[in-house]
Design a protein around this ligand. Structure first.
Ligand code: NAD
Length: 381
């Protein structure tokens, strides 16, 4: 089998395959082909890929036309995808809820699309959970980048020249990214508060030494997969009121609140920003998913008239591309190993396996994932 990894487009610094993973893939019996320069922005030069056993290519069209498997971080262009052969396994962050036309096209062309976002959040699939591996690093990077914009330090400092009080950090949304943001801010000495609509999180926040902000929202819940359920407009309003004072007192606010498959809730309003102190910083990790913060722009940093910096960087994990690529490539490798048929030296499509049922969107010319059944219907019509 022939596995191809491209140099990512659009300024993406991560890469889906790193040299140590190439060695393991070669041991499994795969031929690995990596585009020249694919790992450069993550500090993996072509020579390291060659040493690990990969072929480094420059002719993208020829490589794609011969590929049995394509691994990616962001999906390739439509023109590149048109080169895939029927039966190609195409695995990576596919963004399936926003790429329904693309998904229909690929399914009709017989491409087997695996969406890493749809990987089940189960213990068995933990090693393949790319959303978690990347969110973890995004949570870390949010604190580091946010702190870098502050004109004050995070820890308390007692010196003969005076005493500096610790900075106050408020983390809104305590999933994987939020927990790592709390842990990082605590390690740097900040005073940390946090809030999430899922009450089960309170204990985790406390165990990291942070304070859980209590806001009575009435009935809130989570799905079987552990995702937050959407609040009513009245609950969102109550949440905003409860958070406004904390935001006003905070030096660094990090928002990570997301709703799986839906736009992120708008939690920090202009009125709340107006009450914040000049010099404070808000990092909106949900900027690419609709934004938790009013006025945040995906991929941009803006400063409000009252001096609050809003960072809307998308995929902050890509700023630590070496580590995020290593984790992502390990997730893809674990997925492949789980389904690898060593005798046949091929990917075994065990369609009744709960991991594959969760993340395989199309197979044998059809959209097979139940979540995209509507999309499948429109294909048929
Ligand atoms: P996510 O990125 O979907 O959302 C981030 C956080 O935002 C969540 O904690 C969510 O509750 C919160 N949120 C949503 N609306 C909010 C609001 N209005 N105000 C405040 N917070 C709000 O979440 P995630 O990091 O992907 O984690 C989702 C769940 O999956 C968690 O329960 C996590 O523990 C679980 N998980 C399980 C496994 C596993 O079992 N292998 C692995 C990873 C994550």
């Amino acid at each position: 089998m022939n596995l191809v990894a491209l140099k990512e487009a659009g300024g993406e610094r991560r890469v889906a395959v790193i040299p140590p993973v190439v060695s393991k893939l070669c041991q499994l019996g795969l031929t690995v082909r990596v585009e020249s320069g694919a790992g450069a922005a993550a500090d993996f030069p072509d020579a390291a890929y060659r040493e690990a056993g990969a072929e480094v290519f420059t002719d993208r069209s020829a490589a794609l036309a011969a590929a049995d498997m394509v691994w990616h971080v962001q999906h390739a262009s439509g023109a590149e995808e048109a080169l895939f052969r029927p039966g190609t396994l195409y695995a990576g962050f596919f963004d399936p809820f926003r790429q329904t036309d693309r998904l229909r096209r690929l399914a009709a062309a017989g491409v087997h699309v695996v969406s890493m976002e749809m990987m089940p959040r189960t213990t068995l699939a933990q090693k393949m959970d790319a959303l978690s591996s990347q969110a973890n690093l995004a949570g870390y990077a949010a604190v580091v980048h946010g702190a870098g914009r502050l004109r004050r330090i995070l820890p308390m400092m007692m010196t003969p020249s005076g005493t500096l009080s610790p900075a106050r950090v408020f983390v809104i949304g305590v999933g994987v990214a939020g927990l790592q943001a709390i842990a990082t801010a605590k390690r740097l000495g900040a005073r940390v508060e946090a809030f999430d609509t899922r009450p089960v999180v309170e204990e985790q926040v406390r165990s990291l030494g942070a304070k859980f902000v209590k806001i009575d929202l009435g009935e809130t819940g989570q799905s079987a997969q552990g995702y937050a359920t959407e609040l009513t407009p009245e609950q969102v309003e109550r949440q905003r009121e409860g958070m406004a004072k904390i935001c006003a007192q905070s030096d660094l606010v990090i928002t990570t609140a997301k709703l799986f498959g839906r736009p992120a809730p708008r939690l920090v309003t202009q009125a709340m920003l107006d009450r914040m102190q000049a010099g404070s910083v808000v990092v909106d990790l949900a900027a690419g998913a609709g934004g938790n913060v009013e006025g945040s722009r995906p991929g941009e940093t803006v400063v409000t008239p009252n001096g609050v910096t809003i960072m809307g960087d998308m995929a902050l994990e890509a700023t630590v591309a070496r580590d995020s690529s290593a984790m992502y490539a390990a997730n893809l490798l674990a997925f492949l190993e789980h389904f690898w048929d060593a005798g046949a030296k091929a990917f075994a499509y065990r369609l009744d396996d709960e991991i594959l049922a969760g993340c395989l969107l199309s197979h044998s010319g059809r959209l097979i994932h139940p979540r995209f059944a509507d999309t499948a219907d429109s294909t048929a019509s």
